[in-house]
Design a protein around this ligand. Structure first.
Ligand code: 4GW
Ligand code: MN
Length: 344
């Protein structure tokens, strides 16, 4: 008897359950029909073109990354981060208003040699720097020349200082170029620590053509050579002779940096210049010279002392090299010089 009751109860509750499910399903159909469940169906669809436009900056960077990741072009030169996660500065990768505030009060040095016939480049270099280099910040120009009397002082903004220094004019141009390292070892130790926070070293046969500001500052900063930003490391023109102090073995090295624009904290440039100068002296003792003089020693140093920031070829452009369309801003441009005319 008791068993029967139990079956009756189970049977009844199952029938009841099925009925409830059936009713819910019917309600569902009704509700959907009345457009209550999906009321947003009639609302506006997303305007993707607008979203895409807003994201254009990000996409530009993605585009660069995609380009650099294709099979035929594994070059790292278009990335925005190095493999050791240092930023590679391209237009659009930094917020200048934040950085300018962070650097209010920062003192920046610009080191340049204008020896012998290269004095002719100095005026344009300085005038363009007044227009584009670290505008609104404290700047000291450290100009080294054998012709102090011939220097034309540009009209300078407040907070900017021009220091003129005499330097010997080496006979060989290679020595003129390398002499810069020796002078750096002295000034970054003796004078600059009390005068500036960061030092930027530049070639003089150049002109600033667009903004170059505090976004380039970092502990140790170097610029990718415009002729090699798409190249594979095997084709970098590092010093490949093991006998040289600038030797870099195959398989090592990340970028080919150009010695025409690099910088960092004064003590970092002190360490860099001492290492490079020692390499130059070692090579001289062996009666050899690195393939690209101090640029080779600089590249060697930067393989084993990774820069904390890398500048894209926007910061060192050469109008004679291809793929300029990948480099939207050309901020610091190499002058086309008449080699015959300026040769010493
Ligand atoms: C060939 O006769 C010369 S002269 C190659 C360099 C010379 C030179 C270089 C010079 O007579 N005086 C001088 O002050 N320099 C400095 O070294 C100057 O700051 C110049 O920008 C830097 C490197 O030389 P560069 O610009 O000729 O090197 P590249 O061709 O690699 O940019
Ligand atoms: Mn140059």
């Amino acid at each position: 008897m008791l068993e029967n009751w139990r079956y009756m109860l189970i049977f009844r509750s199952s029938v009841f359950g099925i009925l409830v499910i059936f009713m819910l399903l019917m309600m569902g159909f009704w509700v959907q029909k009345e457009n209550v469940v999906f009321p947003y169906k009639n609302e506006q669809t997303i305007d993707w073109s607008k979203t895409v436009a807003e994201k254009s900056k990000e996409l530009e960077q993605c585009e660069k990354k995609l380009l650099s990741n294709t099979a035929e072009n594994k070059s790292m030169g278009l990335n925005t981060l190095t493999p050791w996660l240092a930023p590679i500065v391209w237009d659009g990768t930094y917020d200048l208003s934040i950085l300018d505030k962070q650097h209010s009060g920062t003192r920046i040095g610009l080191f340049v040699f204008a020896v012998k016939k290269y004095i002719r480049f100095l005026q344009l270099f300085l005038e363009s720097a007044e227009r584009y280099f670290m505008v609104g910040h404290k700047v000291t120009y450290y100009v080294f020349t054998d012709k102090v009397d011939e220097v034309v002082k540009p009209k300078m903004a407040d907070g900017r200082i021009l220091q003129l220094h005499n330097v010997v004019a080496d006979q060989r141009w290679q020595d003129v170029s390398m002499r810069r390292m020796e002078i750096l070892t002295v000034y970054t130790k003796e004078y600059m620590p009390s005068e500036i926070d960061y030092l930027v070293c530049a070639d003089v046969d150049m002109v600033f053509t667009d903004h170059v500001g505090v976004e380039i500052l970092g502990d140790l900063v170097a610029t990718i050579h415009p002729g090699y930003f798409l190249s594979e490391p095997e084709s970098f023109t590092y010093e490949r002779r093991p006998i040289s102090a600038a030797y870099i073995p195959d398989g090592e090295g990340d970028f080919y940096y150009m010695a025409a624009f690099y910088g960092g904290k004064v003590d970092e440039i002190y360490k860099l210049s001492v290492a490079c100068q020692n390499g130059i002296i070692e090579d001289k003792k062996k009666n050899i010279e690195a393939v690209w003089q101090e640029e080779s020693h600089l590249n060697r140093y930067l393989v084993y002392n990774k820069p904390t920031k890398v500048l894209s070829p926007e910061y060192l452009w050469d109008t004679n090299v291809p793929y300029g369309d990948l480099v939207k801003k050309k901020r610091f441009v190499i002058l086309n010089k008449n080699n015959q005319e300026i040769r010493n």
